[in-house]
Write a protein that binds this ligand. Structure first.
Ligand SMILES: [Zn+2]
Length: 120
């Protein structure tokens, strides 16, 4: 049997958690609305993105740096928001494509590049 004190502490913890979630949700909505920009965030040019033949889902409204592991050498790399903007809006690369190889592997020696797909 829990004491009233324990119960009050649990309720308080619950409320704090809920408040944190509400703040996170609000921030996300503000980001979606273009009101808030996190560090390194680059706003997408939706007019340029409209060139994509997109049947999958909503087009991005902003880009943020994405960490990925190189498919070939296993190095930890970051696909920057700027690079994503270039890929989707200038190069008009596949809207579903993401970076899979580090710069060294993209430029470097052709090892076993039999499964070469996007962003090469
Ligand atoms: Zn690599």
């Amino acid at each position: 049997m829990k004491s009233n004190k324990q119960r009050r502490a649990e309720i308080k913890a619950h409320r704090l958690e809920r408040a944190a979630r509400a703040v996170a949700l609000l921030q996300r909505q503000q980001v979606d609305a273009g009101l808030l920009r996190a560090d390194g965030m680059v706003v997408a040019d939706t007019a340029l993105l409209a060139a994509h033949n997109n049947t999958y889902g909503p087009l991005p409204t902003f880009y943020v740096d994405k960490a990925f592991t190189c498919r070939d050498c296993g190095a930890q790399e970051v696909w920057t928001a700027k690079q994503q903007k270039w890929w989707y809006e200038v190069a008009l690369g596949s809207i579903h494509g993401t970076a899979v190889r580090c710069r060294a592997c993209r430029l470097g020696t052709p090892r076993t590049r039999t499964t070469s797909t996007t962003n090469d």
